[in-house]
Design a protein around this ligand. Structure first.
Ligand code: FE2
Ligand code: FE2
Ligand code: FE2
Ligand code: FE2
Length: 431
């Protein structure tokens, strides 16, 4: 059904204030919630954090009274929306359980976006990041088992594989290599713009979650694992945000933020079966249509242009959550050895020169060891091997994947060697 959000009025911001009870009382049951209801909840929290953050930054650098009034009113609404959504996570959902949810978002969202991305360079960048979050899911799954005694499918519900990806110690790049070519605001499609903003919001929130919660475990190696992976999420935010055309005006960016909120809520509403969350998506979609309406008028007034030039005349779908195992496996098998080159492109391990600038970073941060390697070493001392959840064929190929995906140079001192991993992979998978 075609839906032109610029033709909808929504609910006006004056009618969007809610009571503390309404804001805070909902929480789902972690044993009963569908994994993709949880991923929507995690993503939409990130979308609201970005909306709120962007508006504060805009407010600090504008002196236009009408704009300041709109931002002041709606920053508070975005913030209330954020609380409602984030606080749907129940008190008994542990940090590591929530973390598995975050990485499931990253894997299945990025895979969806890559397959629905019209710009091939942006798609390639999504595929590149995909294999890194996929590896994070594998590392954290080991800790969820060792620390809380849970298997990852209690959270992932068999929808997402758990197996090594591009090894995390190889995600540490010279951050300037993460800078990619940006799209051209005049020619990029609304789908590309919304796809990127959706992913930036998700990655930024993942970074923030690890930053705020990684220290809640006393186990030193878990703390360091969070520190290591959080730093990769910082690289991901740098990488994905660099795809955005920096010459878009603030009003254009405001329009795109509200449009992204409209699209993501619309997408969530279409997909949601959960009786607790569905009414929230429905209500907040109406709020965002109200925001979009005003943002579109501000854009027209300040830019003298038609908002349709930027966002088109129909909705796009940036967050259709579903199992992406075959797609992820395809990218895993073909691109695990992919690396960033020094000209904003991509290369493979074999073609890297000895003075590739990320080697220096990997040597510096990995000098005392890589906690994500130690993670696998730790579970191997307890169980003889690592915990995997994937097809038998893929599990059998895990050592080959490691061989292809691990850089021979600049390895951290505690790196699991290919030979050690081959031995480990022969052990029975008894979890
Ligand atoms: Fe919002
Ligand atoms: Fe990640
Ligand atoms: Fe990430
Ligand atoms: Fe909004």
């Amino acid at each position: 059904m075609s839906f032109n959000p610029l033709k909808e009025k929504g609910i006006s911001p004056e009618k969007q204030l809610r009571t503390w009870h309404d804001i805070a009382h909902r929480h789902f049951n972690k044993y009963e919630v569908d994994c993709y209801t949880r991923t929507r909840q995690i993503l939409m929290n990130g979308i609201e954090v970005e909306a709120w953050n962007f508006k504060h930054n805009f407010a600090r650098i504008t002196n236009d009274e009408e704009t300041k009034i709109f931002l002041a009113m709606t920053k508070r609404i975005e913030d209330m929306q954020q609380t409602t959504i984030n606080w749907m996570a129940p008190a008994d959902q542990s940090v590591l359980e929530t973390t598995l949810g975050y990485e499931q978002v990253a894997v299945d969202l990025t895979a969806w976006l890559a397959q629905n991305e019209p710009d091939p360079y942006v798609k390639e960048t999504f595929d590149f990041g995909l294999l890194e979050d996929f590896d994070h899911l594998y590392r954290y799954s080991q800790w969820a088992y060792m620390q809380h005694g849970i298997c990852p499918n209690e959270i992932l519900q068999n929808q997402t594989d758990v197996i090594l990806g591009r090894p995390t110690q190889n995600h540490h790049n010279d951050n300037t290599l993460r800078l990619r070519k940006h799209y051209d605001k005049a020619t990029a499609t609304p789908q590309t713009k919304v796809n990127i903003l959706t992913l930036v919001s998700g990655e930024q929130q993942t970074h923030n979650y690890y930053a705020e919660h990684g220290m809640e475990y006393g186990n030193e190696c878990i703390r360091e694992t969070y520190a290591e992976i959080k730093d990769v999420e910082e690289e991901h935010v740098t990488m994905y945000e660099s795809l955005i055309d920096p010459t878009e005006s603030l009003y254009e960016k405001l329009l795109l933020h509200e449009f992204t909120e409209v699209c993501t809520y619309h997408n969530c509403l279409e997909d949601e079966d959960d009786d607790l969350l569905r009414p929230i998506w429905e209500e907040f979609l109406q709020y965002e249509l109200g925001h979009l309406n005003i943002a579109a008028n501000l854009f027209k007034k300040h830019e003298g242009r038609d908002p349709e030039e930027v966002i088109g005349s129909e909705i796009v779908y940036p967050c259709r959550f579903k199992s992406q195992k075959p797609y992820v496996e395809k990218i895993l098998r073909s691109e695990i050895d992919k690396r960033l080159d020094e000209n904003k492109g991509y290369t493979t391990i074999k073609k890297l020169s000895d003075d590739w600038s990320s080697y220096k970073v990997q040597e510096a941060v990995g000098k005392d060891g890589s906690p994500t390697e130690m993670t696998v070493r730790t579970i191997a001392t307890q169980k003889g091997r690592d915990l995997l959840r994937a097809s038998e064929e893929l599990i059998a190929d895990a050592p080959k994947l490691l061989e292809k995906g691990l850089e021979p140079k600049a390895q951290a001192p505690d790196t699991i060697s290919i030979q050690e991993y081959k031995e480990m992979n022969k052990q029975e998978l008894d979890f």
